[in-house]
Design a protein around this ligand. Structure first.
Ligand code: ATP
Length: 139
């Protein structure tokens, strides 16, 4: 069974971590904010307070053994990029990173992100397609 690590437990990251855990997957949830870690402690397999830009701390958590990492750090673009780079350098096979804008997305791809997502853009597109699909108009 795949093992997941989710870094950044804001609205987006916590939703990713919660959904994976509800589906029975092993999830390690990481945030630098202890109160957010506490909130996830009963939801996921492990929840740890750590700075994702601290390479030693990430190594100590054995992140290289995880199959998938989701970098859900938002406003702090610097930390988001560094965390993504560290995870790829450690050898995490599939790293998904959340980008704020296209330029940020380009940088993430350059440092090795396997998939870059733009939550608002992607969700907007999904909603539009959902609205024009025939089923939805039958309400
Ligand atoms: P959302 O839209 O998902 O609520 P956001 O885009 O507003 O999130 P932030 O709140 O800026 O994003 O970041 C998400 C989380 O990432 C925060 O809880 C923050 O504590 C965490 N975070 C930021 N930098 C680091 C870091 N270096 N190490 C670990 N966690 C971090």
């Amino acid at each position: 069974m795949k093992q997941f690590v989710v870094i950044g437990l804001g609205r987006f990251g916590s939703s990713v971590a919660r959904t994976l855990a509800e589906r029975g997957f092993d999830v390690l949830a990481i945030d630098q904010d202890e109160s957010l870690v506490q909130e996830m402690a009963n939801v996921v397999t492990h929840a740890v307070q750590a700075d994702a830009t601290d390479e030693n701390a990430m190594n100590a958590l054995g992140l290289r053994n995880f199959d998938v990492a989701v970098v859900a750090i938002g406003a702090d673009v610097h930390s988001n990029i560094l965390a993504t780079m560290i995870l790829k350098e450690m050898g995490v096979r599939y790293v998904v990173a959340k980008a704020l804008d296209p330029l940020h997305g380009k940088v993430l791809a350059k440092v090795g992100a396997d998939r870059v997502i733009f939550p608002e853009r992607d969700m907007g597109k999904r909603l539009a397609l959902n609205l024009i699909s025939s089923n939805v108009l039958d309400f």
